[in-house]
Design a protein around this ligand. Sequence first.
Ligand code: THG
Length: 268
Amino acid sequence: MIIIGEKINGFIPKTLAAIQEKDADYIRSIAKGQTEGGADYLDICAGVAPELERETMQWLIDITQETVDTPLCLDSSDPQLLMELMPLAHKPGLINSVSKEEGKTEAVFPVIAGSDWGVIALTCDNNGIPDDPKIKLEIARKIVAEADEAGIKRERIFFDPLVTTLATKQDSLLNFTEGIARIRAEFPEVHFTSGLSNISFGMPYRKAINMQFLCLAMAAGMDSAIMDPMSPDMQATLKATDALLGNDEYCMDYLTAYREGLFPVKPA
Ligand code: THG
């Protein structure tokens, strides 16, 4: 599993408060904590008004890179801004995100083409998020065709099939896993990722839904997640599922995570 730590995000109230108070220590603590929790990338999202986004992203990027050497996942809906921020990164990371919305792949693909950067690609376009997994596949086909043409290896694409909210759509999970199945059948080289908490919006005890979503989505082929690696519950779900799916020989990773105190129980 490729873990993208979600906590450096101004849409989270605690992180937003740290941004507003210029509390670099808090940002350092979540950069370090997520890295110790096994994050392969750290998502950096400003979550502030557009006119403050550039300086906020720069501040978050600088503090994070002073603290850890974990690659960054630059998260903004503005592809131009993402391209301007890319050179600040000390090493290649992920661009989060492109889609088939007007202008996104066009702005990003030529710039990352000659690099080792990866890209998170949302299966949506100017018509919004499609309900039908067949249309998600059609969008994925267009994105892969453009990446192929730009010389971006398919292994560098992380598709996010955009899970919907379970509270308003009872087939959220099935629609998501069907999207993975269809795209994977045609493009076995690509990765799949998702923000884990979108599915539980509006529900009580969201963590129960997020944990089971992680498990079921991994079973369906999701090999990356945008999640909180500092959450002991999520960490236990992740390691247990990986072991159950046969990805953890002699349960070594599971046992190591337990011994390192990453689970909600104290090691014996
Ligand atoms: N897909 C892609 N990118 C994304 C998302 C996605 N970027 C943003 C978002 N969704 C993923 N990031 C978050 C970050 C925080 C939360 C949800 C999604 C969140 N956090 C809890 C809170 O705010 O209360 C608590 C987390 C904690 O305990 O620290 O809800 O879907 N490509």
